[in-house]
Design a protein around this ligand. Structure first.
Ligand code: IMP
Length: 430
């Protein structure tokens, strides 16, 4: 079997994927983003330094590793170049080790304006998007009117396409105040021209690059963004993002064959969070929810919005195992539960008086789902310094084992007990 892994969030995103990717990058040569865009916020802490990535694969902080932004990503070039500048300022060289697919679609300022306008139009039913223009950029892509990074190579063709697209966007736009936003075409074109000079050296046929990389024995690591339940097909539609966030999308979003994939690793937070709107059966709106948010620092790394917090939901994670075929699970933020007297795990739902063990496929059913809990004792001690499984209190290992058992017994690969690289307990091997 191929030695290449995909890392996927098993909940609604923000599971702490970046830390696990950083850990797994040690065993990889090339790290690949394949969906989403600058809506993602991947944070890695190394010693006193903290890095937040939105578009650049988080593997970039590991010297010598190659990072690829695949065709399935919607690409905000200005955001990307700002991230590159930040990295260079922090002493991280990207020269010759960061590549972007020429087939990835550009997110342009009018996509962000459309994102805001659509949200405004939805009123109380709004999705709660990150405002990064993701939905409108993917909509242009599937409507076959998008502009791809490779189009920047032929400046005249790019300008022709741009003029058509902005005209059509302006027709569709209303601002929150009801008027048309000020989208100065000339200044956007000027910005694109400047970006083009800096961006083109990063651009290549990344699918071919990955094919050759694999052929020459390099190990690939695919970095999922968002989480399983934000998948546009399998998630809690319409409260989802606009890409497929589940494992299958790594192939189409990077241009690699299914044979390339060796296994998929699911990232689960030891509790559940969600940012944005939509049903959340185990949500806690009481003091425990506030406690989890405060201790877990549950504020969006892209928008700063407070995240909604709740108990671990095994009905969801079982569904994530079914959809992604996790070979291993990595559990993050276990230390956030340190002070709790008791910890609840949702084992099933009750919907209209019936017990349900399988995640419902309609949002209407999910909205009526009441969680059924098993209560576990807390460990009431600081575990953030534990280095081995044997150093964890029994209540903590029981909690991990219970979750593993409820989730098809997928082995736990590692447990994270703090944001730093060192605060990682290896449990099983890959
Ligand atoms: P969009 O991706 O900006 O269109 O937002 C759609 C939904 O996905 C909203 O509920 C967002 O809060 C959520 N979302 C998008 N990206 C992330 C992420 O990286 N983490 C968590 N939620 C996200």
């Amino acid at each position: 079997m191929a030695n290449n892994s995909i890392v996927i969030g098993a909940q609604w995103g923000d599971e702490g994927k970046a830390k696990v990717i950083d850990y797994l990058t040690e065993r990889a040569d090339v790290v690949v983003r394949f969906q989403g865009g600058s809506n993602a916020g991947h944070t890695v802490s190394v010693g006193d330094s903290k890095y937040v990535f939105h578009l650049v694969p988080s593997g970039i902080i590991n010297p010598g590793k190659i990072c690829v932004v695949g065709n399935g990503v919607v690409f905000d070039a200005e955001a990307f170049l700002e991230e590159v500048d930040e990295l260079v300022k922090a002493g991280v060289s990207v020269e010759g080790r960061l590549f972007v697919s020429d087939l990835a679609h550009l997110v342009l300022p009018y996509h962000k304006a459309l994102d805001a306008a659509f949200e405004f139009g939805l009123g109380a039913a709004k999705i709660g998007t990150t405002g990064r223009g993701i939905g409108p950029a993917y909509a242009d892509k599937v409507s076959r009117v998008g502009i791809r990074i490779g189009d920047l190579r032929d400046w005249n063709a790019f300008c022709r396409r741009f003029v058509e697209n902005i005209a059509s966007a302006v027709k569709r736009l209303t601002t929150p105040e009801g008027g048309v936003p000020d989208l100065d075409e000339d200044s956007i074109v000027d910005r694109c021209y400047k970006i083009r000079q800096r961006l083109l050296p990063f651009v290549k046929d990344t699918a071919y690059y990955l094919f050759e990389a694999e052929r020459s024995g390099k190990r690939l690591l695919f970095e999922g963004a968002q989480g399983t339940f934000l998948d546009v097909d399998h998630g809690t539609y319409p409260f989802v993002t606009s890409s497929n966030t589940t494992a299958g999308s790594a192939c189409s979003g990077a241009g690699v064959s299914p044979q390339t994939i060796g296994n998929c690793i699911g990232i689960v937070k030891a509790y559940t969070t969600r940012v944005g709107n939509g049903p959340f059966p185990t949500e806690l709106t009481d003091d425990t929810g506030f406690h989890l948010r405060a201790v877990g620092n549950e504020f969006g790394s892209t928008t700063g919005r407070p995240r909604r917090c709740g108990w671990f939901d095994s009905v969801m994670v079982r569904k994530a195992v079914q959809l992604n075929g996790f070979a291993r699970i990595a559990m993050t933020k276990l230390d956030v539960l340190n002070d709790l007297d008791e910890i609840k795990i949702c084992t099933k739902y009750e919907i209209d008086g019936k017990t349900v063990e399988q995640f419902p496929t309609t949002i209407q059913e999910l909205e009526r789902a009441k969680p059924v809990y098993e209560i576990m004792p807390g460990w009431k001690q600081d575990i953030s310094g534990c280095k081995k499984l044997s150093e964890l209190p029994t209540a903590a290992t029981n909690y991990i084992s219970k979750i593993q058992k409820l989730c098809y017994d997928v082995p736990v690969l590692l447990v994270s007990v703090g944001p730093d690289r060192e605060q990682t307990i290896e449990v099983a091997s890959l």
